[in-house]
Design a protein around this ligand. Structure first.
Ligand code: NAD
Length: 516
């Protein structure tokens, strides 16, 4: 391990200024910022050095209601605005994101702590989703189907749904909003965003960008922001019948609560929850690829991706070699200021995340796990830095089934593919998975119905770093949601099955006769 302490090359105050962040900001907006909202004050600290970045005034329940009323009003018009023209507005948001990619990427790094390359990557992901969504705005296709009745035509129409509530986690503070919001906007929904309280400034910066574009076209209430606590503002959204869809990205515990509350009012949910992702590496794997992939997937974002690799299942023949090589590369990971171009691992998001990791390591030791590398705090400004950690573990240690949101990698040794599949699938989460092999039979078995039970299954690629074109999400306790690409858009719309009778007769389906 090497640590870097250098002066950041980026002027944080200048980045904040250019993105419209003031020392004290309103966190509530429906196109107009609500001045001095009354839900209390939130301080945003940079995990990179513990400094205060800015303050945010949060929404009270009354201000939440005001924003929802505006979002509902805007929906009445936005849903009638032609979809390709909605797409053009999303295109302009994408252009604005391109123009401020460097600043917004730096702000993601400043506020959340991921390294600058990943902060920039996150903004690129928003740009990619914007492009996807522009194309989508001309492709909201419904099927036509042959009617069994003569002189009849059947087809389906897709209509906008209403206000799409979007609750996001701290670790992808802006990209996850875009997966939902930019697609929902093309679909004709208005969007109500409640970001994580750990990352309010990135949300405010994105809202400024959206306001700039929407203002140019005379729209208000299409993109809306309510920064407030989960227990007040978040809870209000879950119970709010004016919000027909709540898309929630976060921990499984919060997701279960969201499902219960929104489900009780028969609202829709999209749930993107915790992961516990495994890589199965066979004896015939390309070890160069494997070690590089594990390094990125387990250490990248300091192990704080939902898709981070947490479990590495190694076949016996390569287990010792791969473990040694990983320890060797882990020792060289530069840890330090996430704004520094030489850093590969920045801080955890907060000191309490560091404590959670340390508590997790205690439990790992109690359960018989052997720490092969890492496991210590790293003494750098802000107090949020840790070593990436490799643990020799048994698959049946209870803690291996939990998601510890930190750079802890469990290494386990297996005999054959059947055993590896059993161990791989026995955790409660089901987000991302991968196999490393040069054998087509092993690869196809991993992808088959008796293979990986996850929403994402890769061959010779790590578990993290998905492209936006596919549907993203996972099974079991990961919540079953799918966002971003493929046909995820359908969740933001309501489907109407239409049958038109162009005849002068009234035949009934299933051949039923019903006349006097
Ligand atoms: P978290 O569960 O603590 O918070 C997520 C969001 O839920 C936050 O905005 C929070 O304010 C909100 N919230 C909390 N209580 C609420 C309530 N009662 N009502 C409404 N909203 C409420 O998660 P986190 O620590 O911010 O993020 C890390 C977690 O997110 C990890 O478990 C990670 O795996 C998961 N995650 C999943 C995906 C995915 O796509 N599957 C992506 C990113 C993160």
């Amino acid at each position: 391990m090497s640590s870097t302490v250098q002066q950041p090359a980026i002027d944080a105050q200048a980045v904040l200024r250019r993105l419209g962040i003031e020392p004290v900001n309103s966190g509530v907006c429906w196109g107009e910022w609500i001045a001095n909202p009354s839900g209390g004050e939130l301080v945003s600290h940079s995990p990179g050095d513990g400094s205060e970045l800015a303050r945010v005034r949060m929404a009270s329940e009354a201000e939440y209601d005001e924003v929802v009323a505006q979002a509902a009003k805007a929906f009445e018009k936005w849903r009638l605005f032609p979809a390709p023209r909605r797409g053009q507005i999303v295109r302009e948001i994408g252009d604005e994101l391109r123009a401020c990619k460097d600043d917004l990427g730096a702000l993601v790094t400043l506020e959340m702590g991921k390294i600058l390359a990943e902060g920039l990557g996150e903004v690129q992901e928003m740009i990619d989703v914007a492009d996807f969504s522009v194309g989508l705005s001309r492709q909201l296709y419904g099927l036509t189907m042959p009617s069994e009745r003569p002189g009849h035509r059947m087809y389906e129409l897709w209509h906008p749904l209403g206000i799409a509530g979007v609750i996001t986690a701290f670790n992808f503070p802006v990209a996850v909003w875009s997966w939902n919001a930019l697609i929902a906007m093309a679909c004709g929904d208005t969007v109500l965003w409640k970001p994580s309280s750990m990352t309010p400034l990135t949300a405010i910066a994105v809202q400024h960008i959206c306001n700039r574009v929407l203002d140019r076209h005379g729209w208000k209430g299409v993109c809306n922001l309510v920064i407030g606590s989960g227990s007040k503002v978040g809870e209000r959204m879950l119970h709010d019948k004016r919000v027909p869809l709540v898309s929630c990205t976060g921990s499984t515990a919060v997701g279960i609560h969201v499902a219960e509350v929104v489900g009780e009012r028969l609202g829709r949910t999209i749930l993107e929850l915790g992961g516990n992702n495994g890589i199965v590496a066979m004896d015939d794997a390309n070890l160069e690829l494997l070690v590089r992939a594990v390094l990125f997937a387990a250490v990248g974002t300091a192990g704080q991706r939902c898709t981070s690799t947490r479990r590495l299942l190694l076949q016996k023949g390569i287990a010792a070699t791969v473990t040694d090589r990983l320890i060797h590369v882990y020792k060289q990971v530069p840890i330090g200021d996430p704004l520094d171009a030489g850093t590969l691992m920045g801080p955890l998001v907060s000191r309490s995340a560091v404590q959670d990791m340390m508590r997790g390591l205690e439990r790992i030791r109690e359960q018989g796990g052997e720490i092969l590398y890492g496991g210590e705090r790293v003494d750098l400004p802000g107090g949020c830095y840790v070593q990436p950690t490799i643990v020799r573990a048994r698959h049946d240690m209870p803690i291996v089934r939990e998601e510890i949101f930190a750079p802890i990698l469990y290494v386990m040794e297996f005999d054959n593919l059947d055993q590896a599949l059993e161990w791989h699938n026995e955790v409660p989460q089901g987000l991302s998975s991968a196999i490393f092999t040069t054998n087509v039979i092993s690869a196809e078995t991993f992808l088959s119905a008796r293979g990986s039970d996850c929403g994402i299954a890769n061959v010779n690629i790590g578990t993290s770093g998905a492209e936006i074109g596919g549907a993203f999400g996972g099974e079991k306790e990961t919540g079953g949601g799918r966002e971003s690409g493929s046909d995820s858009w359908k969740q933001y719309m309501r489907r109407q099955t239409v049958t038109v009778n162009m005849s002068n007769d009234l035949p009934l389906s299933q051949g039923i006769q019903f006349h006097i």
